[in-house]
Design a protein around this ligand. Sequence first.
Ligand SMILES: Nc1ncnc2c1ncn2[C@@H]1O[C@H](COP(=O)(O)OP(=O)(O)O)[C@@H](O)[C@H]1O
Ligand SMILES: Cc1ncc(C[n+]2csc(CCOP(=O)(O)OP(=O)(O)O)c2C)c(N)n1
Ligand SMILES: [Mg+2]
Length: 340
Amino acid sequence: MYVRDLTEDDLLSVITPHLPHAEGVIVPSGDDCAVIPAPDGRYAVSTDMLVEGHHFRRDWSSGTDVGWRAAMQNLADAAAMGAMPRTVVVSMGLPGNLPVSWLEGFARGLAEACASTGCGVDGGDLVASETLTVSVTVMGDLERREPRLRSAARPGQALIHCGVLGRGCAGLKLLERGYTRETGVLPPTQTGLIDDFLRPKPPLAQALDACRENRIGAMMDVSDGLIRDARRMAKASNVWIDIRSSYLEQHVEVLIPVARRLGLSDPWEWAMKAVLTGGEDHGFLATLERPAERAWGPHTLALPEGFSRIGEVREAHAGGFITVDGRTVEYGGGWDHFQG
Ligand SMILES: Nc1ncnc2c1ncn2[C@@H]1O[C@H](COP(=O)(O)OP(=O)(O)O)[C@@H](O)[C@H]1O
Ligand SMILES: Cc1ncc(C[n+]2csc(CCOP(=O)(O)OP(=O)(O)O)c2C)c(N)n1
Ligand SMILES: [Mg+2]
């Protein structure tokens, strides 16, 4: 059965039984708006789209994968602000030849990802469209904390990160070369990379716990690649961010067997580049206040659970916002929808 065989109301009745509600929902989905309590008096709001062919391919991703990813990338934006995701609304443009089973899988993936943090799915919209498109908007509860801004990095703070780097990029490369999670050709360490690309797993709870500790300066989620996103933080904060490549080794090492499998001439260089510029990992980049006694060498700085140190924040100087080991990086790096 395909989308074109059902009415909009029929399609909604395929989706809605799977969806969780926000805690304390006042008016659930089904009326002109849902009404949700805002205990803090403020919401952190963010929206992101996924477009078939640009963000996912149906021969690579199941409906459940796309639902999961659509939710997770928004939940990560809320957590990156220090906000607990409370609810999302989901709009979809559906081609008539989309199997209804895909849509039901999508609803399950969405629900699974949201339920992992107790977030509801409390509304949305369905329209017919030539291109399969998904747009998710999240509302996050700041729980009386100050929002964690990109502009709050200060010289002297440590640059820290929680989550994976380069795994999504490596998974994408494997898919592009025709490998899948199922073929049985890849060892589990490498199918794990494909799985991380198809279903990103941002460490939401660790990011939120770090915000509760109150030592975080700036924070953002890394969706377009470490260098590109760190540059956004450096610009917003008017600081120089220096990334130390030796702190990234654990991320680089796991990618080297992939580079070998792909037959690349310099596996280390490719793996490091994937770590520095690969997008869609949805880890959290943050800066950490330096303790008063200045005891903050790599072994003495107490980091929030799950975070590791990857560099430092310095006073801005002309021309250089992002460096790796003190050197400017030649490539811009990172994902851009509008540049090849
Ligand atoms: N069409 C738009 N209208 C208004 N603001 C936008 C639009 N597109 C993006 N923005 C804003 O620009 C900023 C950067 O967007 P983006 O790079 O997509 O952020 P993220 O990586 O967190 O999703 C965000 O604050 C976003 O809300
Ligand atoms: C079919 C396919 N090709 C390429 C990619 C790689 N890709 C698409 S968007 C993107 C970056 C993140 O997406 P964006 O829409 O910029 O998210 P945002 O920064 O707004 O959160 C990457 C690495 C993909 N996910 N799927
Ligand atoms: Mg965006």
